[in-house]
Design a protein around this ligand. Structure first.
Ligand code: HEM
Length: 305
């Protein structure tokens, strides 16, 4: 049976109860109901005084809604003894965990809240003068173990929900970036052609090698280095485009001047141009693949949203 299945948790909950006499259980149920309001008040007093926790709470909210929710939680935590009642209680803890995850309350604050409630519960028990020591000890253990189990269930639901939210956010972020990229597709293909034309023209009119337009400084190169690379992060094609651009600028373009100084290299200008064309072709090919992958992502849009 999986650790966090309702069946497993229910058997754990029943096992905790079974360790205590019916009298001790009855006592804790009554005690929790009797002190629910004061426990809730104490909880929110402490939380509102805590700079980290108070960011998530307003006085009005606590007075109008949260105080009541907390009272109900305290009073209801020990009451059910049937399997059906405990299943309901487990579902409630999961829902609270999800609510906390949705509004992003850090786990350590929720745990601090639990510590604060337990501390107050023990304090109240300590001052319940009518109690014999055995019942006081049993009530302390029962209350503490039950709160811990509830927090465990809440914490698990919290982390599952938090992970799910994080994945959804990441998928959305990626989707948003790729959406923009899809709009850029035609523009960037055109920008790459522009740079290539400009280079050919510069070559034709005999521009000095040092003055040839660099691909990394072109509109396409700037876009790819500053935007595209982040969106296509981690892909082999994106790396290949970056490497090819570097090679064009740092290796190929400087070679364009050498044939004029050395007649033995007279044919090299043609070879260089061919080489250049192949490199631009490979960039175009990789770019096509990257946009293709983007299209596939877009096709998954309904799944992501
Ligand atoms: C032992 C720890 C805690 C317990 C047992 C607890 C219990 C609850 C319960 C029963 C609800 C109502 C859920 C529903 O709508 O069904 C709730 C909601 C809420 N809790 Fe907690 N809570 C704990 C810790 C905290 C802490 C530490 C904070 C803030 C720092 C907090 C802030 C809130 C807020 C803001 C909501 C309202 C969410 C909404 O409806 O928009 N809780 N909590």
């Amino acid at each position: 049976m999986p650790r966090f299945s309702s069946e497993h948790l229910c058997s754990e909950w029943l096992a905790i109860n079974a360790r205590f006499t019916a009298d001790a259980q009855r006592f804790v149920i009554d005690f929790a109901c009797q002190h629910a309001a004061s426990l809730s008040e104490h909880f929110y007093r402490e939380m509102l005084a805590d700079p980290g926790a108070s960011q998530f709470l307003s006085n009005d909210e606590v007075q109008n809604r949260l105080g009541q929710s907390m009272q109900r939680w305290v009073a209801g935590l020990f009451a059910p003894t049937t399997e059906e009642g405990i299943f309901r209680l487990i579902a409630e803890q999961r829902k609270i965990g999800e609510v906390h995850a949705r509004i992003g309350i850090p786990v350590h604050l929720v745990l601090r809240g639990a510590r604060c409630l337990k501390d107050r519960f023990v304090h109240l028990l300590h001052h319940a003068s009518e109690l014999d020591e055995n019942t006081r000890f049993a009530a302390t253990r029962l209350a503490s173990d039950t709160v811990d189990l509830a927090m465990e269930i809440m914490g698990h639901a919290y982390s599952v929900s938090h992970d799910r939210n994080s994945r959804a956010e990441e998928a959305y972020r990626l989707f948003a970036i790729t959406q923009n990229i899809a709009n850029e597709k035609d523009q960037q293909r055109a920008a790459l052609f522009d740079w290539e034309n400009q280079l050919m023209f510069s070559q034709a009119i005999g521009t000095l090698p040092g003055e040839l337009p660099r691909i990394q400084a072109s509109d396409f190169g700037l876009w790819f280095r500053h935007k595209g690379i982040h969106a296509f992060e981690g892909s082999d094609e994106a790396r290949a485009v970056m490497d090819t651009m570097e090679e064009i600028d740092n290796v190929l373009l400087p070679l364009f001047g050498t044939d004029e100084q050395n007649t033995a290299l007279a044919t090299s200008r043609v070879d260089l141009l061919k080489d250049l064309r192949d490199k631009v072709k490979s960039i175009r090919f990789h770019l096509g693949n990257l946009f293709e992958q983007n299209n596939e992502l877009e096709a998954g849009r309904d799944v992501l949203t």
